[in-house]
Design a protein around this ligand. Structure first.
Ligand code: ADP
Length: 607
């Protein structure tokens, strides 16, 4: 079927049209030319025969009319016929008034002499009709022209001239002309076909190139360029196509860039993003959403978002329609995942004229936020509670003083003492809170200086010596070899040690021992510890002991004047130094708090 498809090409069509045009033109010209030629030749031939017959009739008139008495009419006619009328393939007969053949130019027809020529043309001529001609086809198929003319002498018909001439030479000439014409046509057609091939090639070649290039563009190969052949319409089309390709490439690469940007934004977002269609079925989700929900993104394509997030149908519907925009959920990913707090925010996608076509759901892990919020609430409640207790006490004692206790010599000073105590506790609490808040807001910069460790520990011991003596608590300072100086914020570390020693003192019964130990750890840090032989801390409380306001036994420790902030302040100070703090304790045996600090400058801020 290859040939069939060839006929469908422009090239074939151009060639066929050209050849047909030439064929039709040549045919028309040929028909007109050949018929004109034939008419002209035939009329010339006939005129020639007529003229000869005319001449002969004039010449023979006298002889036929009787002529000179001395002449033999047959002979003189024979001389005339053979001398004047010598024509190939033609016969001239001179007939008398009866139609009898007197002489003939054709020797082979000599036997006709004396016989009557009965042809119609002859009888018409003998009747005086001048133009008599006839076209006959011989028994052997030869086309012949017959002409007969009357011979008139003195107004009397004395005979007739009969000429019959073969037209085969004329037709031969016509045949030759025809064959020249046909070969001319064939040559012209051949040349036209060749020209058509060349011409159509100049048109179809760029079109083929353009088609190939268009296919390449469709397949995404934008680098190929269509060759531009000349500056004609097809050349301009090729140029425009190249321009279109480059514009398309630019537009696509821009599009691709945008898509990549969007994809990388989506992938690297810390929030989960899920896009759904108007029926709430998932069409796209980012990696983070998959991580949060504990599934692979592909698994979820086509699933409904409502049941996936554990939302009721009504909730999912109202979120998707934008009636309510966000919801806080406690979500457990998969079967065994850790539950976490998730805020889901829905944004309906509106399209002009169509309305809501889908929803974008943003999933945020708000566990930390919620925890912070809860601890902030707890902190505020704690602070209020801590302040309310001394304030209530102060209020009731001042009321009692007002009601007369002031006059009482015994009660008065005792009540004032309680008020002073509570005020002192409040001041400590507020001071501790201020301290913590300064550290939280990183306002307090460290003022590091080279500090002699043993001297620092001895100073602490001195500060508490009175209280220790009162409680009969024994102190040991144990500085391991290698411990000498360190770069510390002396005030900060003093505070840590004060807090720890005051705790140790508070929770160690009379006669106990407090050991302060200084050592260098394997990784080159200074390790300081305060160990007591006190009441210890139950195991269940160890995890939370560093939390703000955390107390093991609230009522008792409050009575001891603690604010519940001592250990958390100590932890903050150690942390800004770049160290760590830990606590080991056994009930009724004692507690050991150990903290490490960098020996030199690294970690923390220096002034
Ligand atoms: P406070 O100012 O109330 O002492 P801390 O933060 O210093 O607050 O301590 C928190 C809680 O830890 C205390 O209420 C106490 O119950 C317990 N604690 C701290 N140090 C010791 C210790 N050396 N022995 C026993 N319990 C302790």
């Amino acid at each position: 079927m290859k040939w069939l498809s060839f006929f469908r090409t422009i090239q074939a069509k151009v060639i066929i049209i050209y050849v047909l045009l030439i064929l039709i033109a040549m045919q028309l010209i040929g028909v007109y030319f050949v018929s004109a030629m034939k008419n002209s030749l035939t009329s010339n031939f006939t005129t020639d025969l007529q003229e000869r017959a005319e001449l002969m009739s004039v010449l023979a008139a006298k002889t036929l009319a009787g002529g000179e008495p001395d002449e033999n009419p047959e002979e003189s006619l024979q001389v005339m016929v053979s001398n004047l009328f010598n024509m190939d393939g033609a016969e001239i007969q001179v007939l008398d008034a009866t139609g009898k053949v007197l002489t003939t130019s054709l020797l082979s027809h000599a036997d006709y002499v004396g016989n009557k020529n009965t042809q119609t043309v002859v009888s018409r001529a003998l009747q005086g009709i001048v133009d008599n001609e006839e076209y006959i086809i011989d028994d052997d198929g030869t086309r012949k022209k017959v002409v007969a003319k009357p011979v008139i002498h003195n107004g009397k018909i004395v005979g007739a001239i009969y000429i019959v001439a073969s037209m085969s030479e004329l037709y031969g000439t016509m045949q030759r002309i025809n064959s020249i014409f046909i070969s001319g046509i064939l040559l012209a057609l051949g040349l036209t076909a060749v020209l058509g091939v060349i011409l159509s090639h100049t048109i179809t070649h760029p079109i083929k190139e353009l088609t190939r290039h268009a296919r390449a563009v469709a397949e995404g190969r934008f680098t190929e360029k269509t060759p531009v052949f000349g500056s004609d319409e097809i050349g301009q089309l090729s140029q425009t196509f190249n321009y279109m390709t480059s514009r398309l490439r630019e537009a696509l690469s821009q599009n691709e860039e945008e898509k990549e940007k969007l994809a990388s934004i989506l992938t690297n977002m810390s929030d989960g993003v899920i896009a759904t269609d108007e029926a709430g079925r998932i069409i796209l989700m980012n990696r983070r959403a998959g991580q949060m929900l504990g599934v692979e993104g592909e698994e979820l394509a086509g699933r409904e978002i409502g049941p996936l997030l554990g939302l009721s149908e009504i909730e999912a519907e109202s979120l998707a329609r934008g009636v309510s925009d966000s919801k806080l959920l406690e979500f457990t990913p998969g079967e065994s995942g850790q539950p976490f707090m998730m805020r889901v925010t829905f944004t309906p996608i509106h399209r002009r004229e169509i309305g809501i076509t889908g929803t974008i759901a943003v999933l945020q892990d708000v566990t930390e936020q919620e925890k912070l919020e809860a601890s902030r609430r707890e902190f505020v409640a704690n602070v209020s509670h801590e302040l309310r207790t001394p304030l209530t006490t102060i209020k009731s004692y001042t009321e009692a003083l007002e009601d007369g206790a002031l006059e009482d010599k015994q009660m008065g000073p005792r009540f004032v003492g309680v008020i002073q105590n509570e005020t002192g506790r409040m001041i400590r609490l507020v001071t501790d809170l201020l301290h913590l808040s300064r550290m939280d807001s990183k306002e307090s910069a460290l003022r590091k200086q080279r500090v002699d460790i043993v001297e620092m520990l001895e100073d602490v011991e001195d500060r508490f010596s009175f209280q220790m003596q009162q409680k009969n608590v024994h102190t040991i300072i144990d500085a391991k070899p290698g411990v000498s100086t360190a770069m510390l914020d002396r005030d900060g570390i003093d505070q840590v040690l004060d807090n720890l020693i005051s705790n140790a003192l508070k929770y160690t019964p009379d006669g106990g021992t407090i050991t302060m130990e200084a050592d260098i750890t394997e990784d080159g840090m200074l390790s300081l510890s305060v160990e007591d032989t006190g009441i210890g801390i139950p195991k269940k409380d160890l995890d939370r002991i560093f939390e703000r306001f955390y107390r093991v036994d609230k009522a008792r420790t409050r009575n001891m004047g603690g604010t519940g902030l001592g250990l958390s302040i100590a932890r903050e100070i150690v942390r800004v130094h770049g160290g760590s703090i830990s606590l080991q304790s056994e009930l009724e045996k004692g507690t050991k708090v150990t903290f490490t600090l960098p020996l030199n400058d690294e970690g923390g801020a220096t002034e």
